[in-house]
Design a protein around this ligand. Sequence first.
Ligand code: 13P
Ligand code: SF4
Length: 378
Amino acid sequence: MLIPLLTEYEKEHISARQAIPERYLGLSDDEMDGRIAAARAALGRRLVILGHHYQRDEVIKFADYTGDSFKLARQVSRHPDAEFIVFCGVHFMAESADVLSADHQQVILPDLAAGCSMADMADPDQLEQCWGDLEQMLGSTSAIVPVTYINSAASIKAFCGERGGVVCTSSNAAATLKWAWERGGKIVFLPDQHLGRNTAYKLGVPLDQMMVWDPGEIWGGLEPDAVRRARIILWKGHCSVHERFTVRQIENIRARHPGVRVIVHPEVPWEVVQAADEAGSTEYILKTVRESPVGSTWAVGTEVHLVNRLAREMDPDRAIFSLDQFGCLCSTMFRVSPNHLLWILEGLIGGEVHNRIIVPDDRKYWTRIALERMLSIS
Ligand code: 13P
Ligand code: SF4
């Protein structure tokens, strides 16, 4: 298990979030389930609950739709009747939903402390600095297309949208990189260096044409020559959950379970994807395992809630386990509890909206353009 640490996002927002009232703590599971179900029924079509695959069982069982980031973002515009979109996931997902929703809709993140440490690794000032540096190093940025993973703040998405760039998710990353290379010779990809490297490599780009931009270093720690050579410049960011998976784990599992198939999320390091059999988004992982032959054994390199739920669903036809023997937990996804969900839903019935996510208007326009480009690429 990972030790939960406070991210920059959490430090900033924990004081601002509305604390869950005492009366919502210490309820029995039965009472919580019954009251959530009753509140959901009372809100009817006014409410849509979206749940990411890493959510806890006690929360995701109440989701109207489950999915990866791409699938959930798509659901937003499909529910124009819903007054409230409760996003059981993390902050960047709810921000994207707010931008894609209509003016009469309100998006709620049950616990505002549910951030994403990877998203915090790209800050808009650092990106402005990077862009200015690249302009100096190359003479112009007109042939560079900025591509940001959806796991980033709205301000980063807006920056990309305004400069002809785009947002991608793990499920359309390859199509997005092709889209971007058709529009410029070079890509700046942020914040996840691993997703960028894994995807570009799959598309045939050699590793020596990928450079890592370290925002903490002068000129990103790169020489102008290296920047000129690069087809893709990878921001030095990562997911602390997925960086825990290693090649050694794969070797050990193959030795202990001959015939095991290994499937990982593309946020894992490049050498881990090379050693695995398959890599893809959370939705892809679920689909691939569900459609595999009866009797298959799978080691899965992604968040532990998805893996455990899949193992139960597949039992006894297929054997599923985590690639990491302890399971890797996303501690921020875990912050969304059934207690929070109940508090939010009962608040809505009483006319109170807690923990609403509002992307400021000055960021909305270009963020929406970047997200709409994303939705058009699959
Ligand atoms: P997916 O879009 O594949 O669900 O990934 C989201 C995420 O945050 C993975 O860490
Ligand atoms: Fe962010 Fe990693 Fe958690 Fe995904 S698993 S939400 S990338 S910290």
